[in-house]
Write a protein that binds this ligand. Structure first.
Ligand code: UDP
Length: 362
């Protein structure tokens, strides 16, 4: 593939993580375009550095705008960029408004599209993420499904099996290359004043949890009363909401921290007792690190980990589940350490790039 001929469109933290292995495998063929959906240094410029990502072309910032405006502005900027220098192929990942913008821009200009992490479905059409992923899948020439289950979902929606490839999830590749060594993890924990196995890691950013005032307040109150420390890296989406609602995110067991660099977050994920989260990527990462996660959501598009690494819960169920987990922690960690991740062997990036090269040749 020619230099800079594959346009990789990204704009948010999970896309940076999961496209880094693809960009690495593409080498000089990659042209990385950043929609500006996440724009704070902690979620963008400095977050990219440990992932070994080249400096992206930064389009007009769209952070904080309503969904329709984000999609409109990013699509317009991408069409402009692709008109000036037409790529042979566009790659998008996941389920964000940047994913939709990349897919629409490629489609408008008749450029082949590949979707990394295709075929995930929560069956909840109220989630913007669900609408974003369905659109990208149905516009793609190549759907890179992380698992057989995801591939089956695509085929059941009428997508030709010839367009679907099971690649594994690139999050495993990213994790393997960024996870600090045991001693480096210990040093990270020591710098935060916490000890291995003696804390819970909590993250929240989904609208269903943080945009509902009562539910968000209930979540904070429950986390604050858990019997061990709860490290809570605050997503920018939450920081504004916490301030507006006057919620105290430092009360009781809570240790509030800024969004962490990826290696530091992985260190905490590997060394925690367990995780409480609504994050998609976290549900996958714990399956590599052998940690349980309480998923505070009605549904998940990651059914592969339910019943092993992950359990769905409503806020009112968290305390009982957390206490249950704390009683059986050693046994649970041993069981999960012996349970293989369903997300692949850590070579998804190479597999995807081989398929992209075949698509360019065809
Ligand atoms: N993450 C991180 N630092 C943090 C919180 C999360 O590096 O302080 C990483 C996490 O390891 C995962 C990704 O960000 O790879 C998940 O992003 P997020 O939860 O924002 O999005 P989702 O996966 O739900 O789409």
């Amino acid at each position: 593939m020619q230099d800079r001929s594959v346009a990789v469109v990204l704009g948010t933290r999970p896309e940076f993580v999961k496209l880094a292995p693809v960009v690495r495998s593409l080498g000089s063929s990659a042209r990385v375009l950043h929609t500006g959906q996440h724009s704070t240094p902690q979620m963008s410029s400095s977050f990219l550095q440990p992932l070994g990502m080249p400096a992206p072309e930064l389009l007009e910032p769209i952070a904080g705008l309503p969904r329709a405006q984000q999609i409109r502005r990013a699509t317009t900027a991408l069409v402009r960029a692709f008109t000036v220098a037409r790529p042979a192929l566009v790659v998008v990942q996941g389920d964000t408004n940047s994913t939709t913008a990349g897919a629409l821009a490629a489609n408008a200009l008749g450029i082949p599209l590949a979707h990394v992490e295709a075929g995930l479905r929560s069956d909840d059409g109220n989630m913007p993420e669900e609408r974003n992923r369905i659109l990208a899948d149905h516009l793609s020439e190549l759907c890179c499904a992380p698992t057989d289950q995801a591939a089956t979902r695509l085929k059941n929606e009428g997508i030709s099996p010839a367009r679907v490839l099971v690649t594994g999830n690139t999050v495993v590749d990213a994790l393997n290359s960024c996870l600090p060594t045991r001693s480096a993890r210990k040093a990270i924990l020591a710098s935060m004043g916490i000890a291995s196995g003696a804390f819970i890691l909590a993250t929240f950013h989904r609208p269903e949890n943080v945009d509902n005032d009562d539910r968000f307040a209930e979540l904070m109150a429950i986390l604050a009363t858990l019997p061990i420390l709860v490290v809570f890296p605050v997503h920018p989406r939450n920081a504004a909401r916490l301030a507006k609602l006057g919620l105290d995110s430092t009360q009781g067991s809570l240790i509030r921290v800024d969004p962490l660099p990826y290696p530091d977050f992985l260190a905490l994920e590997a060394e925690c007792a367990f995780v409480i989260s609504d994050s998609g990527g976290v549900q996958e990462e714990v399956s590599v690190l052998g940690r349980p996660v309480i998923v505070v959501r009605e549904s998940t598009e990651r059914p592969e980990v339910i019943g092993t690494f992950a359990t769905l819960a409503q806020p009112g169920e968290i305390a009982a589940m957390a206490n249950g987990l704390l009683k059986s922690l050693v046994r649970t960690h041993e069981q999960l350490a012996a349970t293989p991740t369903p997300y692949g062997d850590g070579h998804s990036g190479e597999r995807i790039v081989d398929a992209l090269a075949a698509l360019v040749r065809s």
